[in-house]
Design a protein around this ligand. Sequence first.
Ligand code: BGC
Length: 415
Amino acid sequence: MNSKFVSVATAAIMTVAAGAANAEPQAEVLHWWTSGGEAKSVAVLQQEFDGRGGTWTDMPVAGGGGDAAMTALRARVLAGNAPTAVQLKGPAIQEWYEEGVLADISSVAKANGWADVLPPSIANHMKCEDTWCAAPVNVHRIDWIWANADVLSRNGIKMPTTWAEFNAAAAKLQAAGVTPLAHGGQAWQDATVFEAVALGIGGADFFQKAFVDLDPATLKSDTMVKVFDQMRTMRGFVDSNFSGRDWNLATAMVMNGEAAFQIMGDWAKGEFLAAGKKPGVDFLCASTPGEGFLYNVDSFAMFSVDGKDKKDGQLLLAELIVGKNFQKVFNLNKGSIPARVDVALDEFDSCAHTSAKDMADSNKGGSLLPSYAHGMALRGAQAGAITDVVTAHFNSDMSSADAVKMLADAVANSL
Ligand code: BGC
């Protein structure tokens, strides 16, 4: 063998070896954070990951609520090519674990003491049997009502504290030529409004029995009839172009004074903030009428992948996600509050303080409940069955009596 060849070959082998030893952490991250406020928030994670030597490949799938992202995920997993990290939450985490496709991130959880800094109610969602299989980012609240401060004051209206007050305010606004309720006619947005109304009208026990326990009698109860009645009333408060509208465009209608209110989780606040709007000045936040707190915890699960660079990427991402600084900066942008209990809220606004206080109070009072509309309470089939009925009712002249019958049947057939 000539010596030139040997040295070239040796150099090549050394380069490969060095490359493997220094392989940078890689992550292909599937998420649905594509609105202004959402993109600003996820950029914080990307920057931290890059700052630690990682290479981030972004896989955003637009579509509020994540239905399109979950369809994309299924296709990738079926093709045997799962992304390394996926925005995934609630029982869907355990559903994917049961498919045998999730990576175990217990080593990071243990090394970073997650059990000591996460409330048990959140930590439980992140566990699959005796392993940690997801990392939580935040706590979003669903049962919020957002309002344009100027529109309310010009029309002599205060934030409603009962559904009757809401209906009266909406009628007054409508008479004044303002769209009372900014809404996007997409199934998950209908479900978002519906669950806030259900909690408000029925209370925490009713919500628990209906959307967590799937109790047939509660699903077809007189109280559920009243919930659908209120949905019918609210259908009359949306503008004629609501069908198919994205949630952030509905938020923009409130921002620019075209509409007065939006009922939406606090990612809407992320949108107001990204547009430079100030809480208490430009926009107002209040919990929707009634007691309780509907929580929605965003989290990331890691899928089983080959290659040290990808595995390192997963562990690094998991560590950063539950990191104290990330939880602060991300949530300041996202509109949510940190999942960690030890992050000071000094820099957070009044809406975030309300959220943290109400969460603690409702936890004590037994009215802290998982959002069904955002995949925290039920498995996909049952949540989908409920949402189909909610949407069918909202977009037709179906009576409330027919809707509750259909609801109980749809849930029974989905089990
Ligand atoms: C997610 C939020 C997201 C919202 C709108 C919710 O299900 O939890 O993080 O901003 O959908 O896409």
